[in-house]
Design a binder for this molecule. Structure first.
Ligand SMILES: Nc1nc2c(ncn2[C@@H]2O[C@H](COP(=O)(O)OP(=O)(O)OP(=O)(O)O)[C@@H](O)[C@H]2O)c(=O)[nH]1
Ligand SMILES: [Mg+2]
Length: 390
C-alpha cells in the first residue's frame, strides 16, 4: 500500500551552529612594532526555529528531511574583525504542531499561529578575541575564547490538527457522511467500521459567508485511550478542536451510554478535554419517526445540547450548524492555548532507531592552531627595507 500523505509525526535530528572562536591576533603593520592585540570576536552559531505556516497541512515535507543543521559561526580575525554569524535555520510547520524531546518524550513547545516563531535550539555564542582581554598589566594577551558549543537534540514533531469542530464518534456513526454534506470535502464513506483512517478537514460555510472548520476524525472505540482500535494516535487531533461534536447513531442500543463511553475515553486520554464545549448529534434519524424522536429526546443527557440529524435527508442539519455557530461564538469560549500538552511516551511511537539520525560532529578545522597566534616581532611584514628598531 502506498504510504499515506497524512504525516502527523516526524522525528528529526537538530543541531544548532557552534560559536566561532575569538582570534588571538596581534597587529602587524609597517613602522608599528608591537602593535598590540587586535583579535576580533567569533560569530554566533545559527539558531534553529520552528515557524507556523498556514500553507502546510501536514508534516509530509519533513518526512525525508531527517537532519536540520544550522551553520557554525565564523572565526574572529585580525583588526578586531568579528566572525560572521551562522545562518539560522527556520523549519516551517503547519499551525498546531507540538515539539517533544524524542528521548524523554518531554514537551518542548507548541506552534499555533501563522508566522509564530519559536526557538528550538540556540546557536553557540562566539568567543571573545584577545583584544577584549587587554589590560594595563597584560597588554599582550595571547589567548582568546573558543566559541560556545552547538546544541543537539532529537525532536519529535507532532501535528495536532486545529479545527473549530471535531467529530467524535464510534466507527460507522456517520461522521464522514456529515462532513461530506456540510462541506466540499470528499471523505470515503462506507458501511463498515474504520472507513476513515486519517483525519479529514472541511470548511463548513454558514449564513452570510461565514465559515468554520470541521475535522472528521477516525472512529473511537472503548479502550482507545489505552491504544485499542486506531487508538491514541488520533485522540491527539481531538485535543486541539475548539468544540467537540459527539455523534451517536439513532439505532444505538443506549445513546446516553455510548456518549458516556466516548467522553470517558477522551477524559482518560487527557482530563483537560472534559472542559471543552460539547454538542451531541443523534445521526441517521431518517430511520425514526416524529413520535419516536420525541420519546428519545427525553432520555438524552441533560448536560449537553442535543440535535437529531440525518445527513441523507438533511433533517436537522441547519439546526446543527446554528447550534455549532452559537457555541463557537459564546463569550466564555476557551481557546486552544488552554490545553496542557502531556509528555508523550516515545516507546509507543513506531520510530526509526536513533543511530540512523545522528550526524557526527565534524572535527573542527580551526581547533588546533588557536591558543594564540605567535607573533614574530623580528620579521615585521616581510619588508627588508624597514630599519629594525631596537
Ligand atoms: N440512513 C442513514 N444512513 C447514514 C446516514 N449517515 C451515514 N449513513 C450511513 O452510515 C454508514 C457509515 O457512514 P460513515 O460516514 O462512513 O461513518 P463514519 O462515522 O465516518 O465511519 P468510520 O469512518 O468508519 O469511523 C454509511 O453506510 C452511510 O451511508 C444517515 O443520516 N442516514
Ligand atoms: Mg468515516
Amino acid at each position: 500500500m502506498a504510504e499515506s500523505n497524512f504525516v502527523d509525526y516526524v522525528k528529526i535530528y537538530c543541531r544548532s551552529g557552534k560559536g566561532g572562536r575569538g582570534s588571538s591576533h596581534f597587529r602587524r603593520a609597517k613602522y608599528i612594532p608591537k602593535g598590540g592585540p587586535d583579535g576580533g570576536n567569533g560569530g554566533r552559531g545559527g539558531h534553529i526555529y520552528l515557524r507556523g505556516n498556514r500553507n502546510y497541512w501536514t508534516l509530509l515535507h519533513l518526512r525525508y528531511q531527517r537532519h536540520v543543521l544550522a551553520i557554525n559561526g565564523g572565526r574572529g580575525s585580525a583588526k578586531r574583525s568579528t566572525g560572521k554569524d551562522g545562518d539560522d535555520v527556520i523549519v516551517d510547520v503547519p499551525c498546531g504542531t507540538v515539539a517533544y524531546d524524542a528521548v524523554t518524550g518531554q514537551y518542548i513547545c507548541d506552534v499555533t499561529e501563522n508566522g509564530q516563531k519559536v526557538m528550538l535550539l540556540k546557536g553557540g555564542r562566539g568567543g571573545l578575541g584577545n583584544w577584549n582581554f587587554r589590560t594595563s598589566t597584560n597588554q599582550a594577551p595571547r589567548y582568546a575564547q573558543p566559541g560556545e558549543p552547538a546544541e543537539e537534540r532529537m525532536i519529535i514533531l507532532q501535528l495536532k490538527l486545529l479545527a473549530d469542530v471535531g467529530l467524535v464518534g464510534f466507527p460507522n456513526a456517520g461522521k464522514s457522511t456529515l462532513l461530506s454534506v456540510v462541506s466540499a470535502a470528499k471523505p470515503k464513506i462506507a458501511n463498515y467500521p474504520f472507513t476513515t483512517l486519517e483525519p479529514n478537514l472541511g470548511i463548513v460555510s454558514y449564513r452570510d459567508n461565514k465559515s468554520f472548520i470541521m475535522a472528521d476524525i477516525p472512529g473511537i472505540i472503548e479502550g482507545a485511550s489505552e491504544g485499542k482500535g486506531l487508538g491514541l494516535r488520533f485522540l491527539s487531533h481531538i485535543e486541539r478542536n475548539s468544540l467537540l461534536l459527539f455523534m451517536v447513531p439513532a439505532d444505538a442500543d443506549d445513546i446516553k451510554k455510548e456518549y458516556e463511553i466516548l467522553l470517558g475515553e477522551l477524559i482518560k486520554y487527557n482530563p483537560d478535554l472534559a472542559d471543552k464545549p460539547r454538542v451531541l448529534a443523534v445521526t441517521k434519524c431518517d430511520m425514526l419517526d416524529e413520535e419516536l424522536m420525541q420519546e428519545m429526546a427525553d432520555g438524552m443527557p441533560e448536560s449537553i445540547p442535543c440535535v437529531f440529524i440525518s445527513s441523507i435527508t438533511g433533517l436537522g442539519i441547519m439546526a446543527l450548524k446554528d447550534l455549532l455557530w452559537r457555541e463557537l461564538n459564546k463569550e466564555s469560549f476557551h481557546e486552544v492555548e488552554r490545553i496542557v500538552h502531556k509528555d508523550i511516551d516515545v516507546k509507543t511511537l513506531q520510530l526509526d532507531d536513533d543511530n540512523n539520525y545522528i550526524v557526527p560532529m565534524e572535527e573542527d578545522a580551526d581547533e588546533e592552531d588557536d591558543d594564540y597566534e605567535e607573533y614574530d616581532w623580528e620579521d615585521d611584514d616581510g619588508d627588508e627595507n624597514v630599519p629594525k628598531q631596537d
